[in-house]
Design a protein around this ligand. Structure first.
Ligand code: SAM
Length: 377
């Protein structure tokens, strides 16, 4: 008679399942009654945006995208600025009023916003399908010079680049740049005097290079310096150098983690790496701030919902820079972004620092956390 065999180890659970279990445990506490809605959206088809390539045939591309009924959500937000201006005009003679949960800074109530380009990086266009429309963009085709007309990405990932408010002549560092969606967006501004695009992974910087060559003419590619260094060392390599720094860190990549087994950070063998993420993120943010000039601006971003990887990292970085380097860092108010883009994205209303786009079935973008810091001294 054959003996029954018993499994010596616990049955193996898939990485996506483990990610979902982990999120259920943590995010049900963090988001309370909002979590079921965010959860179902995370597990549903994601929406994309088409980052318009200003270096391609602009007329043809605009026509093609408008024929699809897609709209540039950044252009659309201009109307909100006009509304804010007329409200400010009416309020100029009144004292500033508290708006309760709508965290509009007092100055933005009373002072007119001359135009969008003083608030956000200019010249970036990103087309999306309207709320509830789940059409897909066809793959971009090359124009007569071989340049592709748009780059598909989560439209919320343009927000950190907009928040960086790049100005003409700026020296810009993109510390964790590959595969290059945000680098492309930075180049669309036409403002970078030089752009250092770095990523520790050599294979991924290879991909970044190929992306840039498919979208950017050679003379513009010349202002980009691609490197594969450990971003944590940047503070020693090039301190006090950049006007603007983007720190788009590796994270639990929540949407990917619940949907794809491939390259999933919840794989058993990546447990150590996962646990060390907040430390890596903190070191990268500190290096990014050290690389900025005094007065320079830094945007920290992740595509995770986790407070531990978002606000907690920002808080700790501000604290450590003050204690260890005697550097003051100011966390900027980005609540204006919530007003500008509330028709496009679903924002979590209770972020202590920065802003968080949460997935929603009618606008299934994100997660995307972004927080802006200004190096004071
Ligand atoms: N910004 C990119 C974009 O928009 O396409 C996405 C960046 S992805 C969220 C994070 C990147 O950080 C990965 O490409 C990873 O290789 C890189 N990375 C991880 N550790 C790093 C380090 N120590 N220094 C620099 N880059 C690092």
């Amino acid at each position: 008679r054959q003996k029954k065999k018993w499994a010596a180890t616990r049955p193996r659970i898939s990485s996506t399942r483990l990610a979902l279990q982990n999120f259920d445990m943590n995010y049900s506490v963090q988001f309370g009654s909002l979590w079921p809605s965010i959860r179902i959206s995370l597990l549903s088809e994601q929406k994309y945006g088409a980052l318009f390539n200003n270096f391609s045939d602009i007329q043809r591309m605009t026509q093609e995208l408008e024929c699809l009924n897609a709209v540039d959500f950044i252009w659309e937000s201009q109307k909100v600025v006009q509304d804010l201006n007329s409200a400010a005009g009416q309020q100029a003679s009144k004292p500033a009023v508290s708006t309760g949960t709508l965290a509009v800074p007092a100055e933005s109530q009373a002072q007119p916003h001359p135009c969008l380009s003083t608030l956000i990086s200019p010249n970036i266009r990103c087309y999306i399908f309207p709320k509830g429309d789940i059409s897909l963009f066809p793959p971009a085709r090359p124009d007569t010079l071989g340049i592709l007309g748009y780059y598909l990405l989560d439209a919320a990932s343009v927000l950190p680049v907009l928040a960086l408010n790049v100005q003409p002549g700026d020296l810009v560092l993109d510390l964790c740049a590959a595969p290059g969606g945000k680098t492309l967006a930075l180049l669309q501004t036409g403002c970078c005097r030089e752009l250092a695009a770095n990523d520790v992974s050599i294979s991924r910087t290879g991909r970044l290079n190929r992306v840039l060559r498919s979208y950017i003419p050679p003379n513009i590619c010349d202002i980009v310096r691609i490197t594969s260094w450990d971003g944590r060392k940047w503070g020693d390599l090039e301190a006090n150098t950049y006007d603007r720094v983007l720190v788009d860190v590796p994270c639990t990549n929540d949407r990917h983690s619940v949907m794809e087994e491939d390259n999933n950070i919840f794989k058993n063998m990546r447990k150590g790496e996962r646990q060390m993420l907040p430390m890596l993120q903190l070191e990268l943010l500190i290096a990014g701030i050290l690389a900025a000039k005094p007065g320079g601006e830094v945007v920290y971003s992740t595509c995770s919902l986790s407070q531990l990887q978002n606000e907690c990292v920002v808080e700790r970085a501000v604290e450590l820079l003050n204690i260890q380097y005697n550097i003051d860092v100011h966390v900027e108010d980005l609540s204006i972004f919530r007003r500008l883009f509330q028709d496009t994205f679903s924002f979590f209303p209770n972020c202590r620092l920065g802003e968080l786009v949460v997935p929603h079935l009618t606008s299934n973008f994100g997660p995307m956390y972004f927080c802006k810091l200004r190096r004071v001294g």
